[in-house]
Write a protein that binds this ligand. Structure first.
Ligand code: DGI
Ligand code: FE
Ligand code: FE
Length: 205
């Protein structure tokens, strides 16, 4: 079955892939839409290699940046309406589009599967415990073929060999980047760092 014929199981999403793609095309710029399509394809490959549900990888990959282009006020409204952690208000779109965006994906697109929603919630900041699906979405976003930054080839090779090692690699490099730029670090990003990075250092040396 090709990706174009994919009909999602009803309990995952009450839309066909084509219907979901149409919703994303409406919500996103052409560039961002092309990115989520590449993330979907990369996530599907990683799912096949790691024994993870391909439909969940497809849905999570396509939806992960659904909220990326929403105005700040939309996120602020959801944070209040759902009584989410008020500390979120100290951050911005970079953190909100995943953590808060997952609520919009649930309510507006009808994604009810918590495994998919958690993967989306964690796609920017990670978590101390990440399912294989969450690791896949986190890595697919980082290594999709449109990404071009120093270290992306190393990230692709490491991830092909060991998904968890890829998570550690990305987490270390993202934290280094944020610190280098003097950007605020969301606490969960540090939690992810502590859970993943030292562990893989020890195993590799
Ligand atoms: O949405 P994408 O651009 O496809 O990718 P993403 O959701 O992984 O977002 C990446 C951006 O988020 C990148 O510029 C780094 C930033 N980011 C990741 N963790 C943190 C963070 N920004 C802040 N301020 N704090 C974090 O902890
Ligand atoms: Fe994102
Ligand atoms: Fe993305």
């Amino acid at each position: 079955m090709t990706k174009h014929e994919l009909e999602y199981q009803e309990h995952l999403l009450p839309l066909t892939r084509e219907e979901l793609v149409a919703r994303l095309r409406e919500a996103l710029s052409p560039k961002r839409f092309a990115h989520v399509c590449r993330v979907e394809q990369t996530a599907i490959q990683l799912a096949e290699q790691n024994g993870v549900d391909v439909e969940k990888a497809s849905i999570a990959g396509l939806c992960h940046d659904y909220a990326k282009q929403r105005p700040d006020q939309d996120f602020i409204d959801v944070i209040h309406a759902k009584q989410m952690d008020p500390d979120l208000l100290n951050y911005g779109n970079a953190i909100w589009h995943g953590v808060v965006g997952a609520e919009m994906i649930k309510d507006e697109l009808g994604v009810g599967d918590e495994d998919i929603l958690n993967a989306i919630r964690q796609h920017t900041v990670g978590s101390n415990y990440m399912t294989k699906l969450a690791q896949i979405v986190y890595m697919a976003d980082y290594i999709e073929p449109g990404r071009d930054f120093p270290g992306v080839e190393a990230a692709r090779q490491i991830t092909a060999q060991d998904l968890g090692a890829g998570v550690a690699y990305q987490t270390q490099h993202t934290l280094e980047y944020l610190i280098h730029k003097g950007q605020p670090v969301y606490p969960q990003t540090l939690v992810t760092y502590n859970a993943w990075v030292p562990k893989y250092q020890k195993e590799n040396h």
